[in-house]
Write a protein that binds this ligand. Structure first.
Ligand code: G3P
Length: 216
């Protein structure tokens, strides 16, 4: 299973990379805007930090502009995957740019049917947003299992990226289902690492060690 970090913050990315756990990065317009930096400069810095896909999203909403933006983003660095939203115009743009060899992540997926269309049109990755489904009382993980089940019947070559992850349980459930990728906020990566019994156990081991009787 691949772990992507869901952030445009270079400090968070650096800390994740140090752990050896970051296979890629996902951003979206909200995450980029939060950093208050020039897109191109920030994108290039992230691409130099991470040896893997760096997902950058278009902000155009009609196919012609999306195609131009996708070509521009993909041209920034070899690591760039272009995120296109799952709308009619996004599907049109996907059809064109996927054939040009641009790796596309179709984002804002909320139904199995949307994931089917994206795969058929050549998406390298689909991003179902599970946390946002949970937010409206629909079980997000159910969507992941439906997409994986559907894709098993075909040879699309599309990877399922579990997005809008809010807690460690989402990640473990995604791994049990065999999703290829989960994109994690830095906080969830920290949470996955922690267990109170680990900290208590280590504290006790070290306290015992420090109280040891040294051989005469
Ligand atoms: O990966 C998509 C993610 O950025 C959206 O997460 O928490 O805003 O629903 P969230």
């Amino acid at each position: 299973m691949k772990f992507f970090l869901d952030t445009a913050n270079t400090e968070e990315i650096r800390r994740g990379v140090e752990l050896g756990l970051v296979d890629g990065v996902t951003t979206n317009p909200s995450l980029i805007a939060k950093e208050g930096r020039d897109l191109e400069e920030l994108a290039l810095e992230i691409c130099e930090l991470v040896d893997g896909p760096v997902n950058l999203e278009v902000v155009s909403t009609d196919a012609v502009d999306m195609i131009h933006e996708a070509r521009y983003l993909a041209g920034l660095h070899k690591n760039v995957y272009v995120k296109l939203p799952m709308i009619r115009e996004g599907l049109k743009a996907l059809h064109v740019v996927a054939q040009e060899g641009i790796s596309v992540n179709v984002t804002l997926i909320f139904s199995p049917g949307q994931a089917l269309l994206a795969a058929k049109n050549g998406a390298a990755i689909v991003s179902p947003f599970i946390g946002r489904l949970d937010d409206i009382s629909q079980e997000g993980m159910g969507l992941i299992s439906e997409i994986l089940l559907m894709y098993e019947n075909y040879d699309f070559g599309t990877e399922v990226l579990v997005a809008s992850v809010r807690n460690p349980v989402h990640v473990v459930e995604a791994a049990k289902m065999g999703a290829e990728i989960a994109t994690l906020p830095a906080k969830v990566l920290e949470q996955l690492m922690k267990h109170p019994l680990t900290d208590i156990g280590l504290e006790k081991f070290l306290a015992d060690w420090n109280k040891r009787k040294t051989p005469a």
